[in-house]
Write a protein that binds this ligand. Structure first.
Ligand code: HEM
Length: 151
């Protein structure tokens, strides 16, 4: 799914932008909330911790592109926690497109359509693992409710 050339490009672009992590995450939330104000209340008032955690999770993903099996459990667990934050499946493309748009702006002339396509595909993989974790968590929860009702 992610071939070596694609992973190279994801690493290259991330290396270009990760040193500007605080700017990336500042711009990410500003951009996302300006276009999707209804998402703001899902987040805590102060975004300082949130910005660091988002950046750390992107670092984790990029560091493990060549060992994707290491991403399964952490991303499923993260997806399961997102159910509690009120995250819905339809929010994931918003996060994906916001991130790509901010990265493109920051990279300027160095950005290409290929990079956008690579990040789009990579973030869809991340979202699908997170959503698998979310579904599993919801099924486990339903199982408990049913057990309680029949007990
Ligand atoms: C690429 C997809 C995403 C990544 C990598 C990501 C990453 C993170 C991380 C690392 C945290 C810190 C807490 C934790 O690990 O559980 C977090 C929290 C959170 N995320 Fe995401 N997230 C993603 C998608 C989304 C989407 C689509 C939404 C929907 C709007 C969302 C909303 C939130 C909220 C509301 C919090 C909790 C803030 C709080 O109450 O502390 N995230 N996210």
């Amino acid at each position: 799914m992610m071939d070596s050339a694609m992973i190279d490009r994801l690493e290259t672009t991330f290396k270009m932008l990760a040193p500007r992590g605080p700017e990336l995450t500042d711009r990410f939330y500003a951009h996302m909330f300006s276009r999707n104000p209804s998402l703001r209340p899902l987040f805590p008032t102060s975004l300082a911790d949130q910005k660091k955690k988002l950046l750390a999770s992107l670092v984790l993903v990029v560091q493990n592109l060549r060992t994707p099996e290491k991403l399964q459990d952490p991303l499923k667990e993260m997806g399961a926690r997102h159910v509690g934050y009120g995250t819905k499946a339809e929010h994931y493309p918003i996060v994906r497109d916001t991130l790509i748009s901010v990265m493109a702006d920051m990279a300027g002339d160095a950005w290409t359509d290929q990079y956008a396509a690579d990040w789009s595909a990579a973030l869809d993989v991340v979202a699908s693992i997170m959503l698998t974790g979310a579904e599993e968590a919801m099924e486990a929860q339903e199982g408990k409710t049913t057990d309680a009702a029949t007990a």
